[in-house]
Ligand binder design. Sequence first.
Ligand code: SAM
Length: 236
Amino acid sequence: MVNTNLLISDAEKLGLSIENDKIKQFEKLAELLVEQNKTMNLTAITDPDGIAVKHFADSISVLNAAKFDEKARVLDVGTGAGFPGIPLLIMRPGLDLTMLDSTAKKLKYVASTVEELGLTANVLHTRAEEAGQSKEYRETFDIVCSRAVAALNVLCEYCLPFVKVGGVFVAMKAAKAQEEIEGAKAAIKLLGGKIIDEKSFTLSDGGERNLIIIKKISHVPPKYPRVSAQIAKKPL
Ligand code: SAM
């Protein structure tokens, strides 16, 4: 169900080694994903190589973008079927991880999968822009990450409100990241962020990847995030 040799070699290229017990958890995760995908639409990638590279290796690459302290409070915005959240948790099981998505069905799968893997995480069913205005979540996370959710200018309005001042937001992007950065510069500044690094690499399938690392240097003005309709109508 997953090509573990490919996962191990792609992880090595990223400077990450995966212990045997974690490989077993990745195998189990692939099995659960493929099985559940038969009855609900979780992912279009179900081949063993694709799962190894496009889902697992790509997800754990986020470990190279920030210092994940053992119990860091981490949020994955728009986690979908649990990417990058679940692979990240396999690699760093002590994290205080929350996986947020607006689709309840996917989160149900994510919660039961985390439990089957013997891990612990929170799942949060809400829209990012709603939770970003809640005291419980606003500016409380050390690291926020997100993959394949929205264009960077919109994504920053979803994600930066969750990051503590001094914490980071890691946007996981494929090609054309530079264009997205250009289009998001004003939004990043307005929301109290500053791009501190960009890491580019190529996965073994030839796919280009970019990690855009944005540090939170000041508080987000209270009016952000705005309601969904405003974000859609007038993106920053
Ligand atoms: N991050 C996963 C991945 O890379 O495989 C899922 C990507 S999927 C294309 C986008 C996910 O983001 C969907 O599950 C969708 O429900 C969620 N999403 C989009 N906009 C959202 C929002 N404003 N708040 C919460 N979730 C959102």
